[in-house]
Design a protein around this ligand. Structure first.
Ligand SMILES: Nc1ncnc2c1ncn2[C@@H]1O[C@H](COP(=O)(O)OP(=O)(O)OP(=O)(O)O)[C@@H](O)[C@H]1O
Length: 505
């Protein structure tokens, strides 16, 4: 089905998020939508999906004008959407999830499980998915859950499929599989809109590229365009894709983790006897496929989770089971992997979120009074410095685009002197220009003598920042390798091959 967006305009108060945007996606085409954080990509897709009502403009499908009063209308017209945050119910089966909400789309009486199972099997077969209709969604790996989202859209006959940053939480291998799936869908005549900040993916899969800047179409790019050129088109200037950094000068004891073990309620080791040291002035990268214990390791180091064995020491301080407040007071900064859950309070303003770590003490509170002017000045400086795109520091954080929310977290955590910075997925959802900036700031933090731990599922990010790299697999550190280790060796280690068996040994 051919999709045409004509002159779509969407305002939030005085902010023009979409300014007369035109976009044409042909059947069989993978159309990449690129743009920096806050450019207006998600807004445009939310208009298309009936989640937002445009102030002006038209949506046409195969030439026929549409009017969507909600996602139900959009789905009935053949539009499907795969979100970054899945909308699935973990305790239901694949087939149950696929029919969930069907009553809204097809009318009453459509919760027919036999048909649902058959549809899941048919679609899986047609597109080469390996998907058991009776599996519980919560038991499936992230990449497979995403396939369920796609099947759900296809089961409703989606002929225009929007994928909004679908690869942010996928492993490299899952990403490759998703790209292959997208190509098969396109070959079958689906029109695809693909939003991503990963330029490598754009180069791999795009048939057409449209760049959006400040709510307007800034231009189109041919599929063969280099990542450097794509980056320039997106942010309007040249971007350094790798940070220049002097060799590390490790000093002081820094962080010492000894025999750390974290168990779940059933006694299974999520972190299994991990021993690591990161000295002041160096970056330890922790690479690994999502879900191999990195999350729990970070939680144990930052006081969010009590380990069942082992110790966490920072210099002379014992932080084992010290709790979040004591860890914060010891000079630990934490960029959590899930910003909406652990890093921000959506209903609070940007200014308030920037001082969440210290709002109970000076300099922002004195004799029980909040010093508003002080707070505002601090917030404005941070917003400028970290290029948080917003019209006001009083804006609620949940109204910011995803990448700009991430910048608020980073700006807060890097605003005070740190002995240890633990940054998990620090640039998830962030555009190339801001990645450059955040990486530079992490290196500066290191050079100021802070011990830095960067946890990332992106091999390129780990390679770009780490002085040493620890690879985690099933809760254990399978090896610690030097900075220059090849992507291939890291990839093997991430799949569980111990270091002795790789070429790096
Ligand atoms: N509900 C809302 N209320 C007010 N402003 C909003 C709302 N939703 C989005 N905005 C603003 O609209 C602009 C465009 O945001 P949008 O989420 O579309 O950007 P994006 O291109 O998807 O960015 P990212 O790459 O960071 O996800 C931003 O300035 C954002 O703050």
């Amino acid at each position: 089905m051919k999709l045409e967006l004509r002159g779509i305009t969407k305002r939030f108060g005085t902010l023009v998020a979409n300014d007369a945007i035109d976009l044409v996606v042909e059947p069989g085409q993978i159309h990449c939508l690129l743009g920096e954080n806050g450019a207006g990509k998600s807004t445009l897709m939310n208009v298309l999906y009936g989640l937002l009502r445009a102030d002006a403009g038209q949506i046409l499908l195969d030439g026929a004008p549409q009017r969507f009063d909600g996602p139900g209308d959009a789905m009935r017209a053949g539009i499907g959407m795969v979100h970054q945050h899945f909308m699935l119910v973990p305790v239901l089966t694949v087939a149950e999830n696929v029919v969930l909400g069907d009553e809204d789309v097809r009318g009453p009486g459509w919760l027919d499980m036999r048909t649902a199972r058959r549809r899941v099997r048919e679609i899986s077969e047609r597109f080469g998915f390996d998907l058991d209709p009776d599996a519980l969604v919560g038991d499936l790996p992230v990449g497979v859950q995403q396939r369920v989202e796609i099947v759900k859209a296809l089961a409703r006959d989606a002929r225009v499929l929007v994928l909004d940053e679908p690869t942010a939480v996928l492993t490299p291998q899952e990403t490759d599989e998703l790209m292959a799936t997208m190509r098969r869908l396109a070959d079958a005549g689906t029109a695809l809109v693909f939003i991503t900040h990963k330029l490598r993916e754009v180069r791999e899969v795009a048939d057409r590229i449209t760049v959006i800047r400040h709510g307007r179409v800034a231009g189109a790019a041919e599929p063969g365009t280099t990542t450097r050129e794509l980056a320039r088109l997106m942010v309007g200037r040249d971007v350094t894709l790798t940070v220049d950094r002097p060799p590390a000068r490790p000093r002081g004891d820094g962080l010492r983790v000894d025999g750390l073990t974290v168990r779940d309620a059933s006694g299974r080791a999520l972190v299994d006897d991990v021993t690591l040291q990161v000295r002041g002035g160096e970056v330890l990268g922790i690479a690994g496929v999502q879900g191999n214990g990195q999350t729990e390791l970070v939680e144990a180091i930052t006081g969010l989770r009590a380990p069942s064995a082992g110790t966490v020491r920072l210099g002379d301080d014992d932080l084992t089971r010290a709790g979040v407040r004591a860890v914060l007071a010891a000079g630990v900064g934490h960029v959590p992997e899930d910003r909406t859950h652990d890093g921000l309070v959506g209903e609070f303003s940007i200014a308030e979120n920037l001082v969440l770590d210290r709002s109970f003490g000076p300099p922002f509170v004195r004799r029980g009074e909040v010093r508003r002017a002080h707070l505002a000045e601090f917030a404005r400086q941070r917003v400028d410095e970290f290029d948080v795109r917003t019209s006001s520091i009083r804006t609620q954080v949940r109204r910011l685009s995803g990448g700009n929310q991430q910048k608020v977290v980073i700006a807060r955590e890097l605003a005070r002197p740190l002995r240890l910075l633990v940054a998990a997925q620090p640039t998830r959802g962030v555009d190339v220009g801001s990645i450059e900036f955040i990486h530079r700031r992490i290196v500066e933090t290191r050079d100021a003598g802070t011990a830095v731990v960067v946890v990332s599922t992106e091999i390129d990010e780990v390679l770009g920042l780490a002085d040493r790299i620890a690879v985690m697999y099933r809760g254990r550190v399978v090896g610690v390798v030097p900075a220059g280790t090849s992507r291939e060796v890291l990839g093997l280690m991430m799949a569980g091959t111990p270091i002795e068996e790789t070429d790096a040994a």
